[in-house]
Design a protein around this ligand. Structure first.
Ligand SMILES: NC(=O)c1ccc[n+]([C@@H]2O[C@H](COP(=O)([O-])OP(=O)(O)OC[C@H]3O[C@@H](n4cnc5c(N)ncnc54)[C@H](OP(=O)(O)O)[C@@H]3O)[C@@H](O)[C@H]2O)c1
Length: 229
């Protein structure tokens, strides 16, 4: 009988929307809580939607206790308005949620990072993602799973030039980016979300696990990279 509960943040986003659907279909979860700031249209017997002010999360999280946290949050520098505002979401907010939920007993934290995440990267976006990953490793989750997709494919209302170009070039990129270059191939947001939910059940269920983008498209026989804190 399913007993586990999951919290999802970012459920109104591209990956998050698919992740929410995958969680609701997953018999391992008895309940799913979606923490949102904007309307989330899905309804389901297993789903509880909690509206929150993300600058003051503690009251919204009161009484929420889950085993697994799925974090699909993120913004872009353009949308956020500045590098600092981007960092507030992709670093600070992710870390705040991780810390608050760990204090409430969450065991596993799964997060969407990005290909090339590296705390020493020259590119600001990759550096913030790398810093976020490093900081999460110190929060003390028994199990931390970091997923690093490459360029996302999928339909969204908002226009994003990089994604549009990636979509148009996908047939060519699939031919060119093979073998060790496979991780640079664009990846469907839906596949990322399904992968995220699938690895939540994988053994070992402790430690830090990093999944590169090419593993998302070929989960069978995938290699896992395990980092030590
Ligand atoms: N786009 C790519 O090609 C790409 C590639 C690799 C990795 N990634 C990473 O993948 C992750 C998910 O990307 P996505 O494209 O699925 O994201 P998305 O569609 O832009 O959705 C982002 C989610 O985060 C929420 N969010 C953003 N700012 C927030 C704030 N200040 N307070 C509360 N919630 C906030 C949004 O809520 P609202 O709906 O309320 O705004 C939404 O639910 C991100 O971390 C991104 O960096 C993206």
């Amino acid at each position: 009988m399913a007993t586990k509960k999951a919290l999802i943040v970012g459920a109104t986003g591209l990956i998050g929307g698919y992740c929410l659907q995958a969680l609701l279909k997953d018999p391992a979860y008895a309940g799913v809580i979606a923490l949102v700031r904007s309307p989330q249209p899905t309804t389901h017997l297993k789903l509880k939607t909690v509206y929150a002010r993300f600058d003051n999360l503690e009251p919204a999280l009161a009484g929420i206790e889950v085993h697994d946290v799925f974090c699909c949050l993120g913004t872009t520098i353009k949308k956020a308005g500045s590098q600092q505002a981007f960092r507030e979401v992709d670093f600070t907010l992710v870390l705040t949620i991780a810390e608050l939920m760990r204090k409430k007993g969450a065991i596993q934290f799964l997060v969407i990072s990005s290909m090339g995440a590296d705390k020493n990267a020259k590119v600001f976006y990759s550096r913030v993602k790398g810093e976020m990953e490093t900081a999460l490793k110190h929060v003390g989750y028994p199990c931390l799973r970091i997923i690093r997709p490459s360029l996302l494919l999928g339909s969204r209302k908002e226009f994003r030039l990089g994604e549009k170009v990636g979509t148009l070039l996908t047939p060519v990129l699939q031919l060119l980016l093979r073998g060790p270059l496979g991780k640079y191939q664009p990846v469907q947001a839906e596949a990322v979300a399904r992968f995220m939910v699938m690895v939540a059940h994988q053994e070992p269920s402790s430690g830090v696990h990093v999944y590169e983008s090419d593993m998302i498209c070929r989960p069978k026989g995938m290699k896992r990279q395990k980092d030590q804190k």
